[in-house]
Structure formats: C-alpha cells, structure tokens
Design a protein around this ligand. Structure first.
Ligand code: SAH
Ligand code: SF4
Ligand code: F3S
Length: 482
C-alpha cells in the first residue's frame, strides 16, 4: 500500500531531521563504557522515527549497560530485543508490525529471549500491544526507561511487563548517553521532552506528554564532554526548541533558548552547534541574533510550515497564518542573509481545496526551501483532527498533491545546490562517503552535504572545499588550502 508513496524515494536520500520515519537501524555502541560487570546478557536495539527516538535509544543503552547488559548488533545472539518505535503516521506503525513478523523466526530459535516495544507506539497503544502482538513481552513508554531493567526481569519470568507512565519531570538529565552513532564527530543532545502544542494532526503530545526542559548546565556539561572526546558538532533536540525555558533554582533568572545557544556555543569555537525543530509561532529575533553573532552556531533553520494556506493552518491548530510565517522567513533572511531554511509539508489535510494546495506551492516558491520533508496526511487516532474533522481528501488526491510538492522541492533544491557551484565552504569531515571509499563527506554551515576526495584530510577536522558539481541531494567538490 505504501510502496508507491513518493516520499519513500526522497526520504532515502534525506534522513536527517526530526520527524523522519527512518528505517530501523541496528546500532552498536562505540565502546562498552562504564565499570559495571558484564551480566552475561546481550541486548539489541533498533530505532525508528525522529532524532529524538535515536537519542532516546542512547539513553536506553546507557541504562541497560549500567545493569551489566552489553549491546550486540546481531539479534540472533540477543537476550533482549528492543524496537524503539514511531507513531507519527500509519506507515510508521505498519513498518513495526512487519518487523515483528520477521522477528518471529528469531524468537523461535531462541525462545527465552524477550522482545520489547519502546517509544511512541508503546505509549499510544499501551497494553493493547500485548494483546495485538503475541510476540511482544515488554511495553515501555518514553518516560519509563529507568524502569526497563526491571521490566526485562519481569518479562523473563513470563509475566506481562508494561510501564507507560508519562512524567512531568523526567528529562534523563543525569544519564550520560552511550553514543551509538559511531562517526565520533556529530552527536544529538536532547534539551527538552514532550510537546505542549496541540497541532490537530499530531500524535506527539499524546505519546510524549507535557513539555519539559532539561537542566541547562547538564546540557552544557554533556556538550563539553562530547567536545573533549573529539566530537565537533552537537544538535540540540526538542519538538519545539524555541519554547525551551529552564529556571536555575539558585538564581531568579530563566534560561531561554537564545541563552542556551550562547552557553553551548561557549563550550569551544570549534564545536558546531545545530538545533531542531523551530516552531514558527515561537521563533524569536533574539535566537536569530545569537545565530548571526556566533560563528559556531550554524546558519540553518528547520522551520516546518505544514501548509501555505491560513485556513488550513487554523484547522491544523498551528496558531500562525501564512503572513506570520512569511514574516518569520523575512526576519531570518534579514538577520542571517546566508541562512538555509528547510521545512515539513503535509498535503491533503482535512477539507484542503485545490486553491489552498496551490498556496502551499506558492509559499514554496517564495521561500525557496533548501530541503523539505513532505508527507500526505495520515489520520492518527485520538488526535484533535481525528475527533473533530473529516479525513475527506481521497488518497489519490493526497498523493497527487504530494507529488507536485515533491517535484517543486526537487527543482528548488537543485537550483539552491547549483548556486553553490564555484563557492568554497568550511566543512566538518564526518565520514567515508557511501558511494566511494576514496571520498569523505561532511556538511557546510548551511547543512548541505558535500562529497570530496579524501586527500590528507581527517575525520573530525575542518577543511575548505570548493564545490564543482551537484545533484538535488548533495554537492561534490575538492579540498582547497585554508
Ligand atoms: N515538532 C515538529 C514536528 C514533529 S513531527 C514541528 O512542530 O514541526 C514531524 C513532521 O511529521 C511534522 O512536521 C509533520 O509535517 C509530519 N506529521 C505529523 N503528523 C502527521 C500526520 N498525521 N500525517 C502526516 N504527516 C504528519
Ligand atoms: Fe506535533 Fe505540533 Fe508538537 Fe510538532 S509542535 S510535535 S507538530 S504537536
Ligand atoms: Fe518522534 Fe515518531 Fe515519536 S516522530 S516523537 S518517534 S511519533
């Protein structure tokens, strides 16, 4: 049913931001950190969904390692198999159900292993998951990961193990994540959890609970630790980073997102700072001014528009209009002239007319996004839209509109990339290119991926690359002297 969804092809190339239904990825820790003795048991974890979920898997790994479990990349040898799941669209949940069917064979070979569902699908479906999916032994929501070792013990005795308690305080601030992404250069740092917005299409407030901000000092300390270990880029993560606020109990003053950005930027001039996601209703000029003033805060903003039409935006409960959004884009272009902007778009939301869809296409023409994640509307049970609005746009129309949005975006992305040809950018070398072992790749300030021959460069260093060619998804270039 979803194979003909045009987002799939596009998604494959650009799996980078919050909100992406990434393919499950089995992860392996860079090293088994800590001094806790090995309890002889192995866990295996696959992550789906947004960066937040990938970041949470690193917290889960840290908690389990603290109890003596060791990570494995091979599910056949695991005692505990975990899927950290996403509920954002129906397709995301379908993928997990398919994966569970595949895991049946694994469980057959090792009947005493236990299978756990973590993350948003666990929170949405709760103990219904145990009834629906015979294979599942553990259901653990995003705020209950500290209880996971206990849940594993319960499941091993053959009993149902469920904890979907949503907390108003949990930020896992004291847990040092085990870095599962092994490039050793870029890392995610969660700065808040949950979401207090009630966008009518969105399941996140139900699966992640109330918004809460993490202790600013713990964020700075984690960033410092990463820098000391050789990391050169942190991405601060939250569903709505602009509403970050944390009150230092020792002082009266509150730390805003703009303050936090400066604090993290102060860790070291060689530590690049990125963040995601910005909400158009909350993005302040103050944040833009910090970005403009600080060399190491990257000039790139992910600013989801969802629709270019004010009536649809109102139905979506996004709490801004087309004009407000465009005013925010003008502010970005005024304060940070070379800032790249990306977005999320939903086509075929309840009652969207053809003219309203045209307004989404026209806002794309005005903003000229560097990159976009594009989806057709998928009704999620329990959301405001599911309860109050009719999902009345036929799937072929949703998909046709999506195709038009994608085609336009491909054109804009290609044009934006073509404009980079001949220019030289400072690039942080991240990893070996997927296409060739002779090439490295890394991103420039504007988050554009550039591929270049390795020469003498080293992963984790900054180099200058002159761009000579491009596609709509990436740039190619050559190292030039600093
Ligand atoms: N917090 C972020 C987005 C999180 S979800 C924000 O406010 O922008 C990531 C993206 O998934 C959303 O921006 C939206 O474009 C898309 N999305 C969310 N719910 C959806 C649904 N029910 N159907 C289709 N796309 C959806
Ligand atoms: Fe969902 Fe809206 Fe919150 Fe983003 S801001 S997570 S779209 S409710
Ligand atoms: Fe993220 Fe999916 Fe949950 S997008 S917050 S993992 S529903």
């Amino acid at each position: 049913m979803y194979n003909d969804n045009p987002t799939l092809k596009f998604d494959e190339k650009q799996k980078d931001l919050l909100g992406e239904e990434r393919q499950g990825e089995a992860l392996e820790a860079a090293s088994a950190e800590g001094l806790v003795p090995d309890n002889g048991k192995r866990f295996y974890i696959e992550s789906y969904g947004c960066q937040m979920n990938f970041s949470d898997s690193e917290i889960v790994a840290s908690i389990l390692q603290g109890e003596g479990y060791r990570i494995t990349r091979d599910h056949d040898e695991a005692d505990v198999i975990l899927l950290n799941t996403c509920s954002i669209r129906e397709k995301a949940e379908d993928r997990i159900r398919k994966r569970l069917i595949e895991l049946k064979a694994v469980k057959k070979k090792k009947p005493d292993s236990v299978i756990g569902i973590l993350g948003c699908m666990a929170e949405r479906l709760k103990d219904k998951l145990l009834e629906e999916e015979q294979l599942v032994d553990i259901v653990c929501g995003p705020d209950a990961y500290r209880d996971l070792p206990n849940l594993v013990n319960v499941a091993e005795t053959g009993q149902d193990a469920v904890n979907v308690f949503l907390s108003k305080e949990e930020t896992y601030a004291d847990i040092s994540p085990v870095r599962l992404d092994r490039n050793g250069v870029t890392a995610f740092v969660s700065i808040m959890r949950g979401c207090d917005n009630m966008c009518s299409f969105c399941v996140v407030p139900f699966t992640r609970g109330r918004e809460r901000s993490r202790n600013a000092f713990s964020i700075v300390a984690e960033s410092q630790e990463l820098f000391d270990k050789g990391y050169r880029e942190v991405t601060l993560l939250g569903q709505n980073v602009d509403s970050y606020k944390w009150k230092n109990p020792a002082e009266e003053a509150q730390v805003s997102f703009a303050n936090l950005l400066s604090m993290v930027a102060d860790v070291h001039p060689d530590l690049r700072v990125r963040f995601s996601t910005s909400h158009p209703k909350d993005m302040t000029d103050e944040v833009l001014e910090v970005m403009a003033a600080r060399e190491n805060v990257c000039n790139y903003i992910h600013l989801p528009v969802q629709s270019g039409n004010s009536r649809v935006l109102d139905l979506m409960n996004r709490t801004y209009t087309r004009e407000w959004y465009l005013n925010r884009v003008d502010a970005i272009k005024r304060i940070i002239p070379d800032c790249a902007i990306s977005t999320d778009i939903i086509t075929g939301f309840c009652s969207e007319t053809e003219e309203e869809h045209q307004e989404t296409l026209s806002i794309m023409d005005i903003v000229q996004y560097d990159m976009a994640y594009m989806f057709f509307y998928s009704e999620r049970p329990g959301t405001l839209a599911a309860r109050k609005l009719e999902d009345d746009i036929p799937e072929e129309i949703k998909k046709r509109r999506l195709r038009e949005v994608i085609d336009k975006q491909m054109k804009h992305a290609l044009e934006a990339n073509q404009a980079c040809i001949g220019k030289t950018y400072k690039v942080l070398v991240e990893k070996v290119s997927k296409r060739s072992d002779d090439d490295y790749c890394g991103r420039n300030d504007q988050n554009k991926m550039i591929v270049f021959p390795k020469e003498q460069s080293k992963i984790g260093s900054y180099i200058n690359v002159k761009v000579h060619s491009c596609t709509s998804a990436s740039l190619k270039g050559e190292i030039v002297p600093n």
